[in-house]
Design a protein around this ligand. Structure first.
Ligand code: 6PG
Length: 250
């Protein structure tokens, strides 16, 4: 399908409108998955951009008949306790899981507190993924991603070793070149690409330059930025506000 080759851009006037459109897209795809397969699987990102999307999505999930059958996963996690203010799980718990009344049995977070290092935590999450997603031709119905100032997504950083790992679903990232500078656990590209739909979120003028760079046609020999390498099997959408899209060619 053409969709999977290039991202479809959904540009809205401001961050709130972007969040509304992104949340509606995610809810629609989760509902479709539930109709077709009796359950849905959503992979969450960290950072700050997703917060309003999670709040709107949690409201929809709370009142939807398909809501109790959504399974939650993470694209990456910081190697911090679950109650840390910089934990990606903590962000989702506060904005989506608790307000959405989510059954904890549907929540498959990347646990870090039980492990000595990120490699052990990553290996443990890979077994969770194998258990919950045993069919390797299947995966998430929606994976929500962000883009960092350097073009990273999840915790796949440009030039980082994790970006080129293809034989594991999740890996440790001992040093993060972007804040917060804490070790990370991240899904690898092959796992992130086991998503029917990828919904990448970017808002604000600070993202305009990296969005333009990430969406520029790949030149021979110049590797795509990590955020541009995450494509869904069926569709890839970038949800932008006008500020983040302001440097894109008209
Ligand atoms: C993380 C995120 C990361 C995030 C980008 C953008 O753990 O940091 O998963 O990939 O999506 O850094 O973050 P903002 O939304 O805060 O700009």
């Amino acid at each position: 399908m053409v969709d999977q080759l290039v991202p479809r851009l959904e540009v809205q006037p401001d961050a709130r409108a972007m969040a509304q459109v992104a949340a509606a897209f995610c809810a629609e795809r989760l509902e479709r998955a539930d109709r077709e397969r009796g359950r849905s699987r959503l992979a969450l990102s960290g950072g700050t951009t997703p917060a309003p999307v999670y709040a709107l999505l949690g409201e929809r999930i709370r009142h939807a008949g398909w809501g109790p059958r959504v399974e939650f996963f993470w694209g990456d996690e910081r190697f911090v306790p679950a109650d840390s203010p910089i934990s990606n799980y903590h962000l989702a718990q506060a904005t989506l899981l608790d307000p959405g009344g989510i059954d904890p049995r549907r929540v498959h977070r990347i646990t870090t507190e039980r492990f000595a290092d990120v490699d052990a935590a990553a290996a443990a999450y890979a077994t969770v993924l194998d258990r919950e997603l045993p069919d390797t031709s299947d995966g998430f119905d929606v994976s929500i991603q962000g883009i960092g100032a350097d073009g990273h997504t999840a915790s796949l950083f440009p030039g980082g070793a994790a970006l080129v790992v293809t034989d594991r679903w999740s890996v440790g990232v001992p040093e993060a070149p972007q804040p917060p500078h804490v070790p990370r656990v991240t899904l690898t590209l092959p796992m992130l690409r086991r998503s029917r739909a990828v919904a990448l979120l970017a808002a604000g003028p600070d993202k305009a330059s990296i969005v333009r760079q990430a969406l520029a046609p790949a030149c021979d020999g110049v590797p795509l930025l990590p955020a541009a390498q995450v494509r869904g099997t069926d569709e890839t959408l970038w949800f932008l506000d006008a500020a983040a899209a302001s440097l894109l060619p008209r």
